[in-house]
Design a protein around this ligand. Sequence first.
Ligand code: TK8
Length: 339
Amino acid sequence: MTLFRRTLIAATAAAALATPFTASWAQDIKPRIIRFGYGLNEISNQGRATKLFAEEVEKASGGKMKVRAIGAAALGSDLQMQQALIGGAQEMMVGSTATLVGITKEMAIWDTPFLFDNAKEADVVLDGPVGQRVMDKLQEKGLVGLVYWENGFRNLTNNKRAVTKLEDMDGIKLRVMQNNVFIDSFKTLGANAVPLPFSELFTALETKTVDGQENPYNTILSSKFYEVQKYLTVTNHVYSPWIVLVSKKYWDGLSKAEQKVLLDAAKKSRDFERQDTRAEADKALADLKAKGMQINQLSPAETNRMREKLATVNAGIATNVGEDLWKETQAAVVRARAG
Ligand code: TK8
């Protein structure tokens, strides 16, 4: 063998190892268009992470799989998109776990008020066995969960009055997600809880159909709620995850290689999204203040009163999700807190 030939063979072998697309891998990936719906604006943490997901899918599939990202609930509210995924009319979406409880009751575990003290605990529990167990429950209902993203700790805004103590919640007409735990929680605190899809929220605030709402800082900013809301109270009453979903009908028709492309890209988008969300949240209060909102901190004593009142909804959650899951989650939180 000539030196030239030997060098050529070595170079070809090295190139084959370096490229992710071996012949069989490439054949396993077909041209595909994936409609990926979400509820927030394109310029939001949700929009940015969806864009990154789309880029990663395109890269890893050698340009064959294309994600068509459609934001601002243009494909429908969370509930409508979930049904489209189950029926196979839409391929993917991201939305709140809280809007899934009508399909998979176990999702209500994440609605437990004050379940997590910080984002690190949330990451450990959501990415661990409990998070996976709850996610796997979706499969029998026609959905495949890939990863949890951070929606974030929720805070209260309204137009009626500065809420600095429990009694200030009295009679506030508060939009909540379409979810029984949220309805019960805010009724327990004295508010008049009105369940509405997120896609109708801005208009409901603008037309004063409701007085207030609760969402993480990032959403209050990206959805411009500061334009129609005066008061913000830092309550951090619950941590909300988002979940990236695939239609099971669609998923089952994909090759293993295609499924891997989606799962790997979803994990990358999760890591990006959490960092991006946290960085934005860190400076969001100052931004919202600059936009004219009046910010109130609850005193530790008032936070405790709220926490104690809300503890009464826990028994109902435990019954609904099952005592086993409830206990397993509590134990996972204790471990996350210690570690
Ligand atoms: C976006 C919603 C939103 C949620 C809500 O579709 O409804 O308040 O926090 O993020 O899922």
